[in-house]
Design a protein around this ligand. Structure first.
Ligand code: BG6
Length: 613
């Protein structure tokens, strides 16, 4: 998954493209490059600079050797085809054409073979470079850039967001979208393109979201949009009120800590306008299902990846417990290929922060094909998942920059809890008193999260005490098991420490063999949630030398007495405890990673969302 930025207008283009790439670096950061058209007396000259590694390498290079000119395109890469290197970095040029691409051209091999037979020589190992060659061939035939773009975009199979430019018409950028995100940023006598909104918030708040199968010609004075078939498209722009600061760290040392501390606001924004004023129901205004339709749903399949899958597992527990509707949680990458048995009147809920994760998108496509009713839960407005599902519940978390998801997990779980309460209401499995009470308790969560954030320093000192250990167990029962999974993933993702999460009752059937002084055991044991069973499991571990770090309910002396370290959460109804205990584990993982000196916001080998299989 890569980041693309482009500019055409009256200002120096390279600095604008570089600052946009900086905001997109969370999308992929193994190499980067910029191509700009320098206005020389002899005519425009195309200049390309590319570097392997983080964007800073390119920034330093361009300081020494700047690119002038008022139109440019740039790219930050997450390698799929061809290892990270300057040679495989984008932009890719072939004769008069230069391109940047995000995604995978699935038929690039046969396209490339055809071109090689015609004597073409390729300078990189990427799938993307074939686009530049194809454009040049069409250009030589048609002598018209737009005609060439229309022809080539039809030849490409797979997932792509791309931009291209021609040395003979540098004031025109071509953009095309198929299954990968790209937005147009609108200005006065200047236009912007980018893979994502935060890249352009410095310059505009007005955006056009291209649909799959659409392309655009972007010139200083205007943009023209067409379908791949050539039909003109009139698309209205969206005003995105995200402040620049929301995309910036607001003074926190890392985006991850900023996003952890944003969670009270995120919960308020996610709950906002969805809990009816009398606390007697839920409103999802971006979902077109009538109550009669909701009532028909007899089964729910939740599909997701990574952290979103852990949120979905919580969703399964809540939906079945509250509404008695059968619920399944599916790993998207498995669901799409395992020939699932779909029950009639099924709802497929696809959960994804980015709304662009290829496996989740494909799982939803598969579900739609199998006549399931689609619903997306995502954080990115107009993302591919949202458009594919049409029915969507946004998580209103604002841009999440850190690769390890925190605030979006909490927003997803809050939406899933509301969804379960809504299903309970339409299926009349809970009294109105119960509905009102749980909605009131949900509305009180932001304040309880604020109280946990106040423990940041004490959790930091606990991390200091345990930072030397290289393996951890995370245990929980019932609703706390998905929390244990998420806590274990957080520590793994950002500190590279080996962690294993288990339902506590499962330990005695094998994993307990590993228990020793060297394996701290993080136990998620809020009051009420299978408490007795959980405490006896903790006893079993303790009896074998396990060092217990226990996340429990404030004032729970019995639990605290079993722990080497006890981290309290405010009293809360048991069903909502997962939303609080998770925050403790997020903060713990963050400080462990800081102590290990890892790149907390951009951990190695990971990307914010993976738009390839
Ligand atoms: C991974 C991210 O690439 O994708 C995880 O590193 C994330 O943080 C997972 O949970 C799923 O992403 P999304 O956008 O579909 O929720």
């Amino acid at each position: 998954m890569c980041g693309i930025v482009g500019y055409v207008g009256h200002r120096e283009a390279a600095p604008i493209v570089l600052s946009g790439l900086k905001r997109l670096e969370y999308r992929g950061y193994d190499s980067a490059g910029v191509a700009g058209f320098e206005g020389l007396p002899s005519g425009p000259r195309l200049k390309i600079l590319r570097c392997e590694g983080k964007l800073d390498n390119l920034i330093q290079t361009m300081k020494r050797d700047p690119i002038s000119g008022t139109s440019a395109i740039g790219h930050t890469r997450w390698a799929t085809h061809g290892r990270p290197s300057e040679r495989n970095a984008h932009p890719h040029r072939y004769k008069e054409v230069v391109i940047v691409h995000n995604g995978i051209i699935e038929n690039y091999n046969e396209l490339k073979a055809g071109l090689i037979r015609k004597g073409h020589e390729f300078s990189s190992e990427t799938d993307s470079e074939v686009i530049a060659h194809l454009l040049q061939v069409s250009l030589e035939k048609e002598g018209d850039f737009e005609m060439a773009c229309r022809q080539v975009v039809k030849m490409l199979k797979g997932a792509f967001a791309l931009s291209a430019a021609w040395t003979k018409d540098p004031k025109k950028l071509f953009v095309a979208k198929q299954q990968c995100p790209i937005v147009l940023g609108l200005g006065k006598d200047e236009q912007f393109i980018a893979s994502d909104v935060p890249a352009l918030l410095d310059y505009t708040k007005d955006f056009i979201f291209l649909e799959d199968g659409e392309m655009a010609f972007v010139e200083p004075a205007h943009v023209r949009i067409f379908t791949f078939a050539g039909k003109a498209v009139n698309r209205k722009s969206h005003r995105v009120e995200w402040s620049l600061a929301m995309a910036e760290r607001e003074g926190f040392p890392h985006f991850m800590l900023k996003e952890i501390f944003e969670q009270p606001r995120v919960l308020r924004d996610t709950l906002r306008g969805r809990i009816k004023s009398q606390f007697n129901g839920i409103v999802f205004d971006t979902v077109k299902f009538k109550d009669s339709q909701w009532k028909k749903f007899k089964s729910v399949s939740l599909v997701a990846c990574g952290t979103a899958w852990h949120a979905s597992l919580l969703g399964k527990y809540w939906i079945e417990a509250f509404s008695r509707v059968h619920a399944e949680v599916e790993l998207a990458s498995e669901f799409r290929y395992r020939e699932p048995v779909i029950l009639p009147q099924s709802l497929c809920v696809a959960v994804s922060q980015s709304g662009e994760t290829a496996d989740t998108l494909a799982a939803l496509t598969e579900a739609i094909k199998r006549k399931m009713n689609p619903l997306a839960i995502t954080n990115c407005v107009e993302s591919s998942l949202a458009r594919r599902a049409k029915n969507v519940i946004y998580t209103h978390a604002g841009p999440e920059i850190a690769v390890a998801s925190t605030k979006c997990f909490l927003a997803q779980t809050t939406v899933l809890c509301m969804l379960a309460v809504h299903l309970a209401k339409v299926h009349q499995t809970q009294s109105s008193k119960w509905i009102t009470q749980i909605l009131k308790d949900l509305a009180e969560l932001p304040e309880k999260v604020e109280r946990i954030l106040k423990q940041n320093d004490s959790i930091k000192s606990i991390a200091e005490k345990y930072s030397q250990f290289n393996q951890y167990f995370y245990l929980g029962r019932g609703l706390s098991y998905p929390v244990a999974l998420e806590g274990a993933l957080k520590l793994k993702e950002i500190s590279y420490i080996n962690t294993q999460a288990y339902p506590a009752g499962e330990m005695k059937h094998g994993p307990i063999a590993l228990i020793s002084e060297d394996w701290p055991v993080v136990c998620v044991a809020p009051k009420g949630d299978h408490q007795e069973k959980m405490l006896s499991n903790i006893q079993e571990v303790k009896a074998r030398g396990g060092r217990i770090i226990l996340v429990g309910t404030e004032g729970d002396e019995e639990a605290a007495s079993l722990a080497e370290v006890f981290i309290p959460i405010p009293k809360v109804r048991v069903e909502l405890a997962p939303i609080l205990t998770t925050v403790v584990l997020q903060i713990f993982a963050y400080h462990m990673a800081i102590l290990r000196g890892t790149d907390v916001d951009k951990p190695k080998n990971l990307a914010k969302s993976v738009t390839v299989e």
